[in-house]
Write a protein that binds this ligand. Structure first.
Ligand SMILES: CC(C)(COP(=O)(O)OP(=O)(O)OC[C@H]1O[C@@H](n2cnc3c(N)ncnc32)[C@H](O)[C@@H]1OP(=O)(O)O)[C@@H](O)C(=O)NCCC(=O)NCCS
Length: 299
């Protein structure tokens, strides 16, 4: 028997992003629940156009409960998968325990079924919320190892600032024509996620390698380790080319995706960040080598 939902005093709305007040209510829900500010996304090209939010609002316009779905094509073990992502799942404390999250989860899963997605993916620190719906966790691994010698003769990189209109336009063009950064596990495009993620880690730099037509998202981590977060390009440059273009010669490297296109091999290390990447699919899919989704694709 279906469990009851207590939605008294609330109004259900879906696909509400075109309404500025409703968008602001989502920004407020995510700020209050997770301490993140999604609002800059509006000035960075807007939310993913495929977004389909499901929300319960009170009469004043406050968003009490929400879950959003969006198209997120990914490559897993060399196979392109027409996947949807689920994000922005939250219920405000006064409305918890009434079945509202179960309700928006059912609505989001039904929408994904009607749209014909082959898989649904999400990140969560509460996997038990999703296992009853057939989601399973995929283990995530970064790669670490010694740095290669930087290639000689590369054109020096230029730093990009997404808040400069010409740099934002360059990033958007590159995102449209990018190739997945890895064949093991990677997003195919996910432009909106990349752009908002540039705002969440102030240490991540974006560098443009003109001669490679490649955007490199990177930072310097502990012990001067070079941390490579993502590459937006239609041909992925090798790690030595990237280091040459950036003009740096680190001793150690961490790559936050599977480095199968980088001409470099590191050692896979399990991520234990408390957040799990989960998938629900009828396809026979598994990770054939250790991998993780770039943090620039976090959603
Ligand atoms: C997690 C959260 C969305 C649950 O909201 P809620 O209103 O209590 O959820 P519901 O009343 O609709 O309960 C839905 C189901 O989830 C279960 N559930 C609730 N909280 C849970 C938790 N922390 N862990 C595992 N299961 C949980 C309920 O028992 C219920 O199970 P049932 O369908 O078998 O009866 C809410 O506590 C919240 O917003 N937390 C902070 C943000 C967060 O963690 N969001 C999810 C991120 S992926």
């Amino acid at each position: 028997m279906d469990k009851a939902t207590d939605s008294s005093g609330l109004i259900f709305r879906q696909d509400y992003f075109a309404d500025d007040k409703a968008w602001a209510a989502l920004v407020s829900l995510l700020a209050d629940t997770f301490g993140i500010d999604l609002d800059p996304l509006k000035r960075l090209g807007g939310a993913d156009p495929s977004s389909m939010p499901f929300g319960w609002f009170d009469e004043s316009g406050l968003l009490a409960a929400n879950l959003s779905a969006f198209a997120m094509p990914i490559v897993i073990s060399g196979r392109k998968v027409n996947a949807a992502g689920l994000q922005s799942g939250a219920v405000r404390p006064p409305w918890r325990g009434r079945g509202l999250y179960r309700d928006v989860t059912h609505k989001a899963l039904d929408w994904c079924a009607v749209e014909g997605f082959e898989a649904i993916v999400l990140y969560t620190d509460k996997p038990d919320l999703y296992t009853p719906y057939g989601f399973r966790s995929l283990p995530m691994h970064l790669y670490a190892g010694a740095a290669p010698e930087p290639a000689m003769g590369a054109m020096p990189a230029r730093t990009l600032d997404p808040w400069k209109p010409e740099d934002l336009a360059l990033l958007q063009r590159a995102l449209k024509s990018r190739t997945p950064v890895s064949d093991a596990l990677a997003v195919c495009e996910s432009a909106a996620m990349f752009l908002i993620n540039t705002q969440f880690d102030p240490d991540v730099k974006l560098s443009w390698l003109e001669d490679r037509q490649a955007v490199i998202a990177w930072k310097v981590g502990d012990d001067n380790t070079f941390v490579l977060s993502d590459i937006i390009a239609s041909t992925i440059p090798t790690l030595e080319t990237i280091l040459g273009g950036l003009g740096i010669a680190p001793l150690a490297v961490e790559v936050l995706f599977s480095p199968d296109k980088l001409g470099w091999q590191g050692e896979a290390r399990a991520l234990d960040g408390g957040t799990e990447f989960m998938i629900r699919t009828d396809l026979d899919i598994s990770l054939e080598r250790p991998a993780m989704l770039s943090p620039m694709a976090d959603f």
